[in-house]
Ligand binder design. Structure first.
Ligand SMILES: NC(=O)c1ccc[n+]([C@@H]2O[C@H](COP(=O)([O-])OP(=O)(O)OC[C@H]3O[C@@H](n4cnc5c(N)ncnc54)[C@H](O)[C@@H]3O)[C@@H](O)[C@H]2O)c1
Length: 388
């Protein structure tokens, strides 16, 4: 990937590099001329092998990489300028603190942690003088299909959403799906994925992305209610959940979530974002406004033929000119439009002070509060209000 800046590449260490998402980060950093991979940290034999294969320094843990504080000026320059944390979610906060307090910038995989209480310490460290900056890894904000949806709805993709003035009129309601069946091997190869304590479960793993996107599309959420469905596996975590969402501006939404129900309705299937997963390009979101409806990612737009529409009048159905083709090469693993690449380019510009971080620690904390609220609602059977 080329960067307009001729400055030296930013040195990066990847923690948890040998894992599922860690390996994707490795590939993207290697492909991006704005960064140079200097080391990996991962305690497994897979980590040792990967470092050998890539010809980069290997460390079994972060303490070995950073050495004991304080370090001399000379050795400090051998530290990476940035780190990507791609370990199980319950480790994120303690690991991020080690980097941030040394002034090393971090990209923390989503979700930020396993409980919002843990995040308070990182917030405190991040406010100290000389602390490293934090980008939270909700990469779907950088997905080209999402960028097009924001452009369709609001005419731009960067400013906050104004749901009272969208291309479908006043947005009143939203429905979303994330339903697909994860195979047994997904859990067997990383047992933390079936443990509540270690941050597993479809709410933490998959709903976290959806909540971040809903906030990105419609603004803040102030109430959720969640009901857990059947369990079909002998795991400690939920599998199927229905969720209702109330946004601060009055928009309401429903969401169906399942990692056991076999269906074509998931973000990955709809956008082709993850090359390892099957693609079907079926719509997953429906956004309903006073003047029409749009579905995602196809951007099929239903609207009145002329004047004000109502239930007596036929609607017209058109594909928006902003709709992107469903092309295997378009938004997949490689190339400048891959969401991980777009996010990496953004991180590079942000680290150079050229733009504000696109998903902040505050976003990570708000998303975490919402995840906690969904888990609390499932446990208590009550709607949960979120203090903003
Ligand atoms: N952005 C996305 O779409 C996406 C997709 C998958 C996973 N994730 C997130 O990425 C994180 C990792 O998930 P995964 O599925 O890749 O997990 P994984 O179990 O496949 O990989 C985790 C890696 O971390 C390593 N590790 C464990 N303890 C460590 C330690 N103390 N120090 C250094 N390395 C250590 C493991 O050896 C392993 O290689 C989770 O937070 C998950 O929610 C994000």
């Amino acid at each position: 990937m080329s960067h307009s800046s001729a400055s030296r590449p930013i040195s990066v260490s990847i923690v948890g590099a040998a894992g599922l998402i860690g390996r994707r980060h490795v590939q993207h950093v290697l492909d991006d001329a704005g960064f140079t991979l200097t080391s990996i940290v991962d305690p497994t034999p897979g980590g040792v092998e990967l470092a050998k294969e890539l010809g980069v320094s290997y460390f079994a843990d972060i303490a070995a990489l950073l050495g004991p504080p304080p370090r001399s000026e000379t050795t400090a320059s051998s530290l990476p300028q940035a780190a990507i944390i791609a370990t199980p979610s319950a480790l994120h906060i303690s690991q991020a603190i080690l980097f941030v307090e040394r002034g090393i910038h971090v990209l923390i995989e989503k979700p930020l942690c396993n409980s919002s209480e843990e995040a308070v310490k990182l917030l405190e460290v991040s406010r100290r003088e000389g602390a490293g900056t934090i980008l939270v890894g909700f990469h779907r904000r950088f997905n080209p299909y999402i960028i097009q949806l924001r452009k369709f709805l609001y005419g731009h993709h960067l400013s906050p959403p104004d749901t009272d003035a969208s291309a479908v009129g006043r947005v009143v309601a939203f429905h979303g799906f994330w339903c697909t069946r994860k195979p047994a091997s997904y859990f067997e190869e990383a047992p933390w994925r079936m443990s509540k304590l270690q941050g597993g479960g479809v709410v933490m793993t998959n709903m976290s992305h959806e909540l971040d996107l809903m906030r990105f599309l419609f603004g803040e959420i102030d109430r959720v209610y969640a009901e857990e469905g059947k369990r079909t596996r002998a795991h400690d975590v939920e599998e199927t959940v229905s969720i209702t969402i109330h946004f601060v501006d009055g928009t309401v939404g429903t969401f169906l979530l399942s990692d056991v129900g076999l269906s074509p309705h998931s973000f990955e299937s709809a956008t082709g974002e993850n090359p390892k997963l099957a693609r079907h390009h079926e719509p997953i979101y429906t956004i309903i406004g006073t003047e029409g409806t749009v579905t995602f990612p196809d951007l099929t737009h239903w609207s009145a033929v002329g004047g004000e529409g109502d239930w007596t009048k036929a609607l017209q159905k058109r594909a928006s000119s902003l709709a992107l083709p469903f092309d295997a090469d378009f938004a997949t693993e490689k190339g400048p439009n891959a969401p991980f690449s777009v996010r990496l380019q953004h991180w590079h510009r942000a680290l150079q002070g050229k733009e504000a971080l696109g998903c902040t620690l505050q976003d990570g904390i708000v998303n975490m509060n919402l995840l906690d609220a969904i888990r609390e609602s499932m446990a208590t059977g009550k709607p949960i209000h979120i203090g903003l």
